[in-house]
Design a protein around this ligand. Sequence first.
Ligand code: NAD
Length: 486
Amino acid sequence: MTMTDARPKVGPGQLYVAGRWRQAAGDGRLDVVDPATGDVVTTAAAATASDVDSAVAAARAAFPAWRDTPARERARVLRRVSALIMDRADEIAAVESLDVGKPIMLCRNVDVPTAAETYEYYAALALTIEGAQRGVPFPAHAYTRREPLGVVAAITPFNFPLILSSTKLAPALAAGNTVVHKPADETPLSALLMADLLTEAGAPAGVVNVVTGTGPVAGEALLSHPGVDKVAFTGSTAVGRHAASVAGANLKPVTMELGGNAAHIVFADADLSAAVDAVIKAFVFNTGQFCMGGPRLLVQRSRYAAILEILGQAVPGIPVGDPFDEATVVGPMAGERHLAKVEDYVRVAVSEGGRVVAGGARVPGQGFFHQPTVIADLPADSRVVREEIFGPVLTVQPFDTEDEAVELANSTAYGLAAGLQTRDVARAHRVAARLDAGIVWVNDWAMLDPSMPFGGVKSSGFGRENGPEALADYTRTKSVLISLEH
Ligand code: NAD
């Protein structure tokens, strides 16, 4: 596979604490690898517990002034962040593409504008934070205030670094909190760009601090830090379970955005060609490294053979290649460990009786590429069906009735997203209501907007990102009662 020379040059990263760039206390470094070539392109600082201490102290120190900054001024800062993201869209898109291996067109058309829209949306919502006056049966003026929580620890995963940091930082800052952000070890670069950009937009020193580092060192120090008032975590269910228990032991509020394994149900009455487009989008979007992707296809039996035949023809034609090639739809997996995991699941699928309808192997040569893969005929209790693969792999199962489809869809431990294809409006509403998921799409996939909340049920976590719901998660209510007699 040939690579273009469009890759940006990125210098070594430092930590951003109290409005300044600094080295990590232990001089530790993390390698940043280009997933398309396997080459180390730069390094980032590996924060120690003492760096996390400094970052939390900076966020604590900045909190009172930011909390007391009028919401209108906080909104102005967020609007400027949004504008600056779009001013620097090409640079940010290229860095995100290099770091994660995401196709450049996806970065330009989805990641960068979504991040900008998220800041813009919460700039508007900052002005809506309000309490309520209540009538009480004794002489008092009684009202509630919505107040920020304090210092938010934002811990984010590798797959959507820019968007998922924006969905935490924008509402947290809008509500008047300060933040310590720890991006994923493998993909720290856009968080560093954003630190500069937030400062340029007017966020005072200490309001946003970025500590790059490993989960077990920097992440762990942040989770258990007594100076942190809330943990906003997005990542795997396994690490989330641990993070929730540490935060729980310290009685810190948490939001947990965890793994997913969504079912995509195609009913026999669906528009077949539109359904297949949605099915492909759902499982290859972001190279399948999408918590809300649709890796489990359930097809009503009368359409099962037809859909498998169309997928068998269409999937091998999906452009896989250099993320910097504008025609690329599927790039590399973000890291070697992710590729190895996908290869392992495909091996297990075959050993469990799965029939490979398309793809089925890594792409030989440099980088961490895996072919988009479709596997049919696996039993419902197959590990490959039940677990989160997190790669461009689709399993396909038949069903007969609506009840059976819902039962199969709800049969895994996860519950983040789900979707269905049907032309029957009544069925669309009925099935949407019965699916265990935080978001349901009908007749398309991945329709997302900062105003529409998403989040998990069951092992996919709790709390919501986006919408007024997320803003509420970054505030708490205080009741004030003033006697009118004394
Ligand atoms: P991960 O759980 O390995 O890491 C997530 C973050 O946690 C990283 O910043 C990591 O450094 C940190 N971390 C790791 N160990 C830690 C520890 N002991 N203490 C504190 N922090 C620690 O997840 P990942 O591989 O980066 O991301 C993929 C996972 O994230 C998938 O399961 C995916 O479904 C999930 N995800 C969920 C959503 C959602 O909105 N629900 C969105 C994107 C990704």
